[in-house]
Design a protein around this ligand. Structure first.
Ligand SMILES: [Zn+2]
Length: 157
């Protein structure tokens, strides 16, 4: 009897399924990927500190609307969600270098991530939220000022 691999449940949005992951090319490649931080990364922490220095209070790592990706920083009353997008996973135009091994998979994966980010922004907008996307390479102080400007403009309406 041939053992069938159980299909892995992959996250979806709008009926679209994430491209299935190929096996890591080498144990080292697998380890490097697993070590990429996904949560409380240095750029996220730097942005939070910069926001605190501006006297802002917010929630962290919560989903602004049910079923969507958690935002890194959430201002509930103002309905503003801030995402710090990693240059690798979110395909920053300046720093993205598609790995040479499994290139097709990675291109599909980055394209999927970009569509999912755009979809999240649309869903948030539909629910009356604004999203701010900050690249991990951006200066945290500049990004914090951008968030402050948005919050100020919302408060004035
Ligand atoms: Zn970048």
């Amino acid at each position: 009897m041939v053992a069938r691999r159980q299909p892995v449940r992959t996250p979806t949005f709008g009926g679209e399924r994430m491209p299935p992951a190929p096996p890591a090319s080498t144990p080292e490649a697998r380890r490097r990927l697993q070590e990429l931080p996904r949560k409380d990364t240095v750029p996220e922490l730097a942005l939070r500190s910069a926001l605190h220095r501006l006297g802002l209070r917010f929630r962290v790592n919560i989903a602004p609307i049910p079923g969507r990706r958690r935002a890194d920083v959430v201002f509930r009353r103002a309905q503003v969600a801030v995402y710090v997008d990693g240059c690798f996973w979110h395909g920053c135009p300046t720093h993205l270098r598609v790995p040479r091994t499994n290139r097709e998979f990675w291109e599909a994966k980055f394209a999927y991530n970009r569509r999912r980010d755009a979809d999240t922004d649309r869903q948030l907008a539909r629910a009356g939220w604004r999203s701010v996307r900050v690249w991990e390479h951006e200066s945290p102080d500049q990004a914090a000022l951008k968030v402050l400007a948005l919050l100020t403009s919302i408060a004035k309406r």
